[in-house]
Design a protein around this ligand. Structure first.
Ligand code: EPU
Length: 421
């Protein structure tokens, strides 16, 4: 195990390139197994969740070759195998194997997913969708077993606009007989990305990105080449880090439209944001206004940026209130920020954040975005070195983080952490 060491106090300056999106990649890699021939994915992020997923596909019999940012997946030799344990437990998005295997083989047995457990994360809407398509779903000692003699299109209303359930149902329904309608579908850009890949494979999906998605099932899907959209959460994290360190950073290879909510909130605080076609420049200021932030489903402010935003709000004058309407208890970063001198009170699903100066401390990343919050915090500390343990959580979602931060002038390095081995 390793820890991240940060000597802060330097404004970030320069340009950072944003990789492909984690939450697209972890759906697109399993989606590839629905094809009968090779799928090539470009702009793939270099993160551990993608590495684990490619190992899972290899265990299932697919040929997977990674060359830089490109991955070639040939699923023609894939076998229908139960995956109750092992690598599927390492990542949350292993639930996409349920929809993909169901679509391909009419059956799937997958261990309940692991990953970032910042709060209980049910999958009842995924299961409701599979059942509506004609599958039988049982829980067998911690594994979900799903099988269907024939998948048939259906009308499915999601009780919550779940990203995972929307994608999982699209995966299975693309190979069902007839028309599937997903109502109250999630509208995140990653859903459009998955639909774009599936359509390039020969699926017939319309309406992705709106609340109603129509999927006309097809009997076969074929290989294709697809480039993954930029990671809006990584981009947002660098925007926040640039503002928090009073830096000046050009965040390149982004879709500014996907960043509208974070852009609006930074501007409200007094950060200068300059939008270009495929990049955004952030110019930090000495003083920031306190603001209120509500994390909501897209196009609202992303819950995945809520934790790093908490850190930025410690740099504002006065009290800010941040409320998470997606995950009501996603506040594992708060006790660690408090160790660093932050003054934050959690009340129900809100955090009340008073402006305060942060100091160096030994802290622990409790999950991916909590880790990102601590990185931003450490970068603002003027004296001393902050140690962040459990860095493997951060490796799940931030492509080349240390290299990128160094390139922006930060004093960051990794050290082995015998205490956590
Ligand atoms: N929900 C249910 N039942 C379900 C599914 C979800 O009640 O069957 C609830 C959840 O408890 C939550 C809300 O619906 O309150 C939204 O959950 P969603 O299903 O949209 O989340 P997810 O698909 O499991 C993805 C991202 C998360 C991100 C959320 C919300 C992936 C692999 N994960 O999770 O990303 O926080 O959407 O935008 O796409 C991260 O990147 O750090 C991360 C956790």
């Amino acid at each position: 195990m390793e820890k991240l060491m940060i000597r802060g106090g330097r404004p970030l300056r320069g340009t950072v390139q944003i990789s492909g999106a984690k939450n697209s990649a972890v759906a697109l890699v399993p989606a590839a197994i629905l094809a009968e021939s090779e799928v090539v994915l470009d702009n793939l992020p270099d993160i551990s969740d993608v590495a684990v997923y490619s190992e899972i596909l290899k265990e299932l019999g697919a040929d997977v070759i990674r060359d830089g940012d490109t991955m070639r997946i040939n699923p023609s030799g894939l076998l229908s195998k139960p995956m109750p344990n092992g690598k599927v437990k390492l990542l949350r998005a292993s639930y996409y194997l349920m929809g993909a295997m169901l679509g391909r083989f009419g059956e799937a047995t997958i261990g309940l997913p692991g990953g970032c457990n910042f709060e209980p994360r049910p999958i009842d809407q995924h299961i409701k969708g599979f059942e509506a398509l004609g599958a039988t779903v049982t829980n067998d000692h911690g594994s979900i077993r799903i099988s269907a003699k024939k998948l048939r299109g259906a009308k499915i209303y999601l009780d919550v606009a779940s990203v995972g359930a929307t994608i999982n149902i699209m995966l299975a329904a693309s190979r069902a007989e007839g028309l599937t309608l997903i109502e109250n579908a999630a509208k995140e850009p990653e859903i459009i990305d998955v639909a774009t890949l599936l359509n390039a494979m020969g699926a017939k999906i319309k309406g992705a990105g709106t609340e109603t998605i129509r999927i006309e099932g097809v009997t076969q899907l074929h290989g294709c080449r697809h480039s993954i959209i930029p990671d809006r959460i990584q981009a947002g994290t660098y925007m926040i880090a640039a503002a928090a360190t009073r830096g000046d950073v050009l965040i390149d290879n982004v879709i500014p439209k996907h960043l509208e909510a974070i852009t609006a909130k930074l501007e409200e605080m007094g950060v200068e944001v300059i939008e270009m076609d495929e990049s955004i420049r952030i110019i930090g200021k000495p003083e920031y206004n306190s603001i209120d932030v509500k994390a909501l489903v897209y196009p609202g402010f992303a819950t995945d940026l809520q934790s790093p935003m908490t850190t930025l709000l410690t740099q504002a004058k006065g009290a800010s209130i941040l409320t998470d309407y997606v995950y009501g208890t996603r506040f594992k970063h708060v006790p660690e920020l408090t160790r660093m001198g932050a003054n934050i009170r959690v009340e129900g699903r809100s955090a009340v954040i008073e402006g305060s100066k942060l100091n160096a401390a030994k802290v622990r990343a409790a999950d991916l975005r909590a880790g990102a919050a601590l990185v931003v915090a450490a970068l603002t500390v003027e004296d001393g070195i902050t140690e962040i343990t459990n860095v493997e959580y951060i490796d799940r979602g931030y492509d080349r983080l240390v290299d990128n931060l160094r390139h922006l002038g930060a004093d960051v390095w990794r050290e082995s952490d015998p205490a956590s081995s």
